[in-house]
Design a binder for this molecule. Structure first.
Ligand code: ADP
Ligand code: MG
Length: 290
């Protein structure tokens, strides 16, 4: 169990069936931020279509007394129960700057095909039903790693996170908010997850790798810690690597960047596997056998 899930289950939770959602306090979540009975009724019909049976109000963020998983500018996210079990339900805020969730659904489905993001199960104009991720923030996870092997475990996770960014760059999908990495690159069960594709788009130059790497190693609050942990002495070398990748976002420049970030397996291992391209598996980071 992750620390995140332990914390979540430690908080009190409350459940409500669909018919109860027209009442306070539940209606406040369903039509946040402004109560509307008419909207609530229309939304309950959408929830029936999605096969949602109950909502579970749990999590550290609160709307009144009810716990929720999170609150953004577009959505309120809660736990939902369907026949298949638990999911995360993103509810469009009634004051969101868009009429539906179409772009987010389209972008998330696109990246789901390459194994990125919470998987969308189904969606309507006002809801997205997707995999529930009981996550920890990346910085919290990084700082929680202790003892022997920490460097390898962290390197492996960061490598895998940047590989996801690289895949997005290749797909030409720009997430759009990876400069605010704290909220969008999270960790669950030891693997990285990129969440919230509401600002994602395909008609601009993708900056996923550069935004994430810049936050992790150059400018973000976790960057001094990560530079020390990975043994990066020269910031200039990292910056040059970022500039080179930005100018020429090729596999080669990406692999050079990983080298500058000390995220590639050591030289001996690299020569032994004979590869310097493409994603490596976490097992490449296993300590060399002696
Ligand atoms: N699939 C999910 N599993 C668990 N929590 C989630 C999930 N998606 C979003 N959240 C939580 O809800 C918050 C708001 O969701 P987000 O998609 O960022 O909304 P917005 O588009 O309004 O910014 C997130 O910061 C996160 O804490
Ligand atoms: Mg968000």
């Amino acid at each position: 169990m992750t620390e995140g899930s332990a914390r979540l289950s430690a908080t009190s939770s409350e459940r409500a069936e669909l018919a109860e959602l027209i009442r306070t306090p539940y209606i406040r979540v369903l039509t946040y931020p402004k109560i509307s009975l008419r909207t609530a009724k229309a939304r309950i019909r959408q929830l029936e279509r999605l096969g949602v049976e109950e909502l579970v109000f749990e999590g550290h963020t609160r709307i009144g007394r009810l716990g929720i998983l999170g609150l953004g500018t577009v959505g309120v996210v809660v736990t939902a129960i369907t026949k298949k079990g638990e999911s995360a339900l993103k509810i469009r805020r009634t004051d969101a700057n868009r009429e539906d969730m179409d772009n987010e659904v389209k972008m998330t489905r696109l990246v789901n095909r390459v194994g990125i993001g919470p998987e969308i199960q189904s969606a309507t104009d006002d809801f997205i039903l997707m995999t529930l991720i009981r996550y920890e923030e990346l910085e919290e996870w990084v700082r929680g790693q202790k003892g022997r092997g920490t460097k390898l475990v962290v390197a492996s996770l960061l490598h895998s996170a940047l590989n996801q960014c690289r895949k997005l760059d290749i797909l030409a999908v720009d997430h759009g908010q990876l400069n605010n990495l704290r909220k969008h690159l999270v960790v669950a069960d030891g693997r990285p997850w990129i969440i919230d594709f509401e600002s994602a788009g395909t008609n601009r130059r993708p900056r996923n790798v550069t935004s994430a790497a810049q936050h992790l190693f150059v400018g973000g609050s976790v960057s001094p810690y990560l530079r020390r942990l990975m043994g990066i002495r020269s910031l200039d070398v990292v910056l040059d690597g970022l500039t080179a990748y930005k100018r020429e976002p090729t596999d080669y420049m990406y692999s050079k960047l990983l080298e500058h970030l000390k995220l590639v397996p050591n030289e001996t291992l690299r020569l032994a596997t004979g590869s310097h391209r493409g994603p490596r598996t976490p097992s490449d980071f296993s300590p060399p056998k002696v």
